[in-house]
Design a protein around this ligand. Structure first.
Ligand SMILES: Nc1ncnc2c1ncn2[C@@H]1O[C@H](COP(=O)(O)OP(=O)(O)OP(=O)(O)O)[C@@H](O)[C@H]1O
Length: 624
């Protein structure tokens, strides 16, 4: 990388990302790439050959007319005509081939780029590297053209290929001028063209410097666009009458994002264009003037002058903006840089993650212990957990209660190694969880998150995702569905376990919130049946009706026998099924014991329990 800061910036903006695109050419496949290079080279050579043939055609006219048909001059005229026509027709034929190949390149490269992004997003064990604001910025920049489907990295790679046609043509015109007129003229014309080109292309590069700067505004406008269009938000927008407001917010945030671009366009495009065009024009005009003078002084033939002038015009036109390449390559480079920045940012943090490596199979045998664990989220000074000490005994069910925001879900995330404690440690049978192989440890976990995933896939997959590599999956899926009491629901679906859980697909079906929650429970129970030893349930029955919840907890002990279970719930009727209850407040355990012991103690648990019980009693009294 160059030392000088301007050069360094140019390198980072225009050279490095171009290498990135060139390296991705291989993704298109050797056959497509070879065909693309051939087509684009031909599309570069043909217009030059056409100019040469056309000039020869004109040059032969006086001689052929004088000699009449059948002579050598006439034959030369006919040959030149045929060559010119052939070049013209070949260009017409090859142009659609170029477009079709560009489409293939685009799809292959975009698919590859998506896979690269997903690979980087999933690279870190912890969520921290991918959820901070810088990551979100980079990720948005790397993927927004892909999501829009235009000027994508794939378009950029296809555009890079298309540049071959343009530059081969420029070199071709240069050679024609060099041979027909002089090599100095050739250099001057090519230089003039490149000055034009630098004026156009460089303006675009500078203009897109603003892109990262206006990133937050564009993210905001994208957000309002999605909120306005998504089915999942449609209900509330209608009921609360928010549609107009969302449209207005979309409009104002889009305009706010565009304003700096419009202003910059004047500076970068108009001013640069005027200056560089002026310089280019001076160079080209001087060269043309010299050609004309040579023709007048008889040192240049008519054919040579014609060739020189046509090639000069052809070259000058190559100083323009390339529709098929420039915008796409610019945005492709922007995406490439963003991906590289994102990758660097993630890797910096991955380097600080403990690599682990110990096999977690069969753990925990004794206990999971949170030893003096403190934790705060990035970007916040507040410690969510503050010196927490808690031991979950293996094979027991521990319930965790606490007010909203007490840190219960955070504790589950630390257990899953989705974050690492700021200080202290999570120990599994005395081994720091960071020393365990993360995949191996996660295979010991089965979880129902509060915001569990709803995969728009068949019921079977939605359940079997609990343990991807488990054998006898079909039988286990049915057994898990039965244990989660969702088998009846599945039986009523048009395609049974093969039904896609989304009405956006043919034959698909939507489930209610509670039915979905039972699918998520089935997924976790499937994982347990496949060997997971720790069951983490974060509000697993919040959407179930009273009867379904009661049924779930009636068999809870049987369902979780031998499994180390952590149950988070605000419902004390559920919590009392646990072997032990822990109350979390202020980032620590403030009470710990059985339901009866905690009630007898008369502390915070008892207070919350009685409050809820009173509420139920009052409600029951009112409805009696
Ligand atoms: N990804 C995150 N980034 C920053 N702060 C977060 C994040 N997730 C949670 N928090 C904050 O951490 C605190 C604890 O959140 P947590 O979800 O663990 O609470 P909880 O006890 O599970 O609450 P609830 O009972 O409402 O589910 C909250 O103040 C929340 O705003």
């Amino acid at each position: 990388m160059p030392e000088n800061s301007r050069a360094r910036r140019y390198w980072a903006e225009a050279v490095e990302p171009r290498f990135f695109l060139v390296r991705r050419l291989g993704v298109a496949g050797a056959g497509v790439l070879a065909l693309g290079l051939l087509t684009n080279t031909a599309l570069g050579v043909l217009p030059v050959a056409f100019v040469v043939a056309a000039a020869r055609l004109v040059g032969h006219v006086p001689e052929a007319v004088a000699a009449g048909t059948g002579g050598a001059a006439w034959d030369a005229l006919v040959t030149a005509f045929l060559v010119a026509s052939g070049c013209f027709v070949a260009q017409q034929v090859l142009a659609p081939v170029q477009t079709a190949l560009a489409q293939v390149v685009k799809h292959r490269v975009d698919g590859h780029f998506y896979a690269e992004v997903i690979a980087v997003v999933s690279r870190s064990a912890s969520l921290r590297p991918v959820e901070d604001e810088r990551s979100r910025e980079h990720l948005h920049l790397a993927t927004e053209t892909l999501l829009r489907g235009e000027h994508t990295p794939g378009d950029a790679v296809a555009g890079t290929l298309a540049l071959v046609a343009r530059y081969v043509r420029l070199v071709g015109f240069g050679v024609v001028i060099g041979v027909a007129v002089s090599w100095w003229s050739a250099v001057a014309v090519c230089a003039g063209t490149m000055v034009f080109r630098y004026g156009h292309r460089g303006g675009l590069r500078m203009w897109t410097r603003l892109w990262p700067e206006i990133g937050p505004l564009r993210r905001e406008s994208d957000y309002f666009r999605d909120v306005g269009m998504e089915l999942s938000t449609a209900k509330e927008l209608r009921v609360f009458g928010l549609t107009g407001w969302v449209v207005e917010r979309y409009r104002s945030s889009s305009v706010a994002a565009l304003l700096p671009l419009w202003r910059a366009r004047r500076v970068y495009n108009v001013h640069r264009f005027v200056w560089f065009t002026a310089i280019g024009l001076v160079l080209l005009s001087a060269t043309v003037a010299l050609m004309l003078r040579s023709a007048v002084t008889d040192s240049l033939s008519l054919t040579a002058l014609l060739l020189g002038l046509q090639a000069t015009v052809g070259a000058a036109l190559l100083g323009e903006f390339y529709q098929e390449a420039d915008v796409a390559t610019q945005f492709g480079m922007l995406a490439a840089r963003a991906l590289a920045d994102f990758e660097r940012h993630v890797d910096e943090q991955v380097a600080t993650e403990s690599p682990g490596g110990a096999d977690a199979r069969g753990l925990p045998r004794r206990e999971i212990r949170f030893r003096d664990v403190s934790f705060g989220y990035a970007g916040s000074d507040r410690l969510v957990l503050d010196g927490l000490d808690l031991t979950l005994r293996a094979g027991e069910c521990t319930a965790l209660v606490g007010l909203n925001g007490a840190g219960k879900t955070t504790l589950v995330k630390l257990l899953g190694r989705l974050y690492e404690p700021t200080s202290g440690a999570v120990l599994v049978d005395g081994v720091d969880v960071r020393e365990l192989d993360v995949a191996s440890w996660r295979r010991q976990l089965a979880v129902v998150f509060q915001d569990f995933n709803r995969y728009e896939l068949p019921v079977r997959d939605n359940i079997a995702f609990g343990a991807l590599d488990a054998d006898d999956a079909d039988r286990r899926v049915v057994a898990a569905a039965r244990r989660a009491d969702v088998d009846g629901v599945v039986a009523g679906l048009p395609g049974g376990y093969g039904t896609v859980l989304s009405r956006q697909y043919r034959g698909g079906a939507d489930l209610s919130g509670g039915q979905w929650q039972r699918v998520a429970i089935a997924r976790a129970l499937y994982a347990v049946a496949a060997g997971a030893r720790v069951l983490l349930l974060d509000e697993p029955t919040s959407a179930l009706d009273v009867r379904a919840e009661a049924a779930f907890f009636d068999e809870f002990a049987e369902r979780t026998r031998g499994v180390t279970t952590l149950l988070i719930s605000h419902r004390f009727s559920s919590v009392r099924h646990a072997d032990r209850i822990v109350v979390l407040a202020g980032g620590r355990v403030v009470e710990d014991g059985t339901h009866e012991a905690l009630l007898a103690r008369g502390g915070r648990y008892a207070e919350l329990y009685h409050l809820q019980a009173e509420q139920f009693a009052q409600d029951a009294g009112r409805t009696r």
